[in-house]
Design a protein around this ligand. Sequence first.
Ligand code: G4P
Length: 533
Amino acid sequence: MAILPRCTFAIISHPDAGKTTMTEKLLWFGGVVREAGMVKSKSGDYAKSDWMELEKQRGISITSSVMSFEYNHRALHLLDTPGHKDFSEDTYRTLTAVESVLMMIDSAKGVEERTIKLMEVCRMRDTPIVTFMNKYDREALDPFQLIDDVEKTLRIQCVPMNWPVGSGVDFRGVYDFAKKSILSFKNARDPFTPTFVDASDLDAPELKEFLGERILNEFKEQMQMAEALMPAFNEQDYLDGLQSPVFFGSALKNFGVKETLDMICQVAPTPRPREAVLAPYTSDADKVTVDPSDNEFTAFIFKIQANMDPKHRDRITFMRVCSGKFTRGDKIFHVRTGKEMRVATPLMFQARDREIVEDAYPGDIIGLHDTGKYQIGDTFSMGKKLIRYTGIPNFAPELFMRVMCKDPMKAKHLEKGLAQLSEEGATQLFIRRTANEKMLGAVGALQFEVVKFRLMDEYGIDATYESVAWQGVRWLKFEDESSKSEFVSNYNTFIMHDREDRVCFAVRTEWDLRLAEEKNPKVKFYKNSDYVD
Ligand code: G4P
């Protein structure tokens, strides 16, 4: 049987832009869900994390981390990017495991803060992006204004593939540039049987009748401008992350979604070569590129999710296959520990179900049961190939807490607990140099609650937090030993070590950071840990 080309992608958006609604529709096209409302309950309780909802949600948080389905002769893996209170470093890191991204914009609001941050991560690997301007069934901003906003704020050229005709109560549909006709919103029932209204002649009486005079006049004006101003789609520019095809529509009404998914299936890249280093990494000469067509199996861990039973420290580790083929029962080599292991029950995911996978190919995501052996970024190979994938960094947390325990006798336990929970990647533990203080960093506030809860539940530690007004952290690289010792002694109170003992600088304010950078040209400051050994 032919292997379907893989499309491993994620949706990036600000909370409430419609990511869950879109996910549901995509799964509907993939035949995975038969009705809307299956991904998120109507009440959509985001106040608690999936983890704390454990008992109720058994299984769901795990399986919704990866949703696999087939459509238009492609095997699609949609990786979840938690966006509400459960936003965490995982959200960023998931983007290092995908080949392309669907960006959702709330058309009444334009580009919002979270999207800007996620876009920064996409830019690290020039990830190709398809854009969906959502909620046109409601009052929306002018399409030119939206496009201008995306282009200026996110620095990516937009190429509209369709164009909205009105919005809200005036929404008539979207003009398809290729077909020169309007996909009618009014008659849209089933996306597989669309109704098109010919718009090749803007003066045709039928068009006037369909749109009404006022909307037709607005549409004519916009078309003149759009055709004069908008660039043509260039597939290579899309693949290079320079240009984004843009669709207008409504996820809720399943309008314009099919066209967007068709485009993704048509142009989204199959797994691409990835950067790695030969382990142990000693110099830049050890950098290698692994092609997905390489025969030897390789994969890396991008996400670890605490699983169902805290007593058994049962976790699911998500591994992204980069090259070669994996077959159930194969022995794989864990590069960091040098151990070989046989994988008897590798998991693959559909919306709610997980099943045991027999074979996996580049682009696929495999879930492994893990009792605490693995860490984010770990590489697996076959034939004891000693490589380590790069580009799966720790991202600088933006929130910090000093962690203490009520019982001082348990200080060592606390450090162990924090270190183990941080291995899952949603929080990071730093040890402050001066006072040996334990500082917990996260990019989403809910993670602090989760850690506190789990410290009590799994380690019997009653932890207390003191918030610290730092804005971030930078990993440091020094030109030589003397620049290191000089910097460390000058900035002693702001020096911390991460779990791999890398030296970090706590950023109180942007101003402090800039000053430190200017004063110390022999020190390089990195926002993620990837470039620091
Ligand atoms: P998120 O995952 O990005 O946070 O967004 P989600 O899909 O949950 O959508 C947020 C709200 O926006 C939901 O309404 C959803 O129904 C609505 N929405 C999404 N897409 C569209 C669209 O195309 N048009 C319109 N009009 N609304 C849309 P809610 O009332 O907050 O939640 P719910 O009670 O419907 O779940």
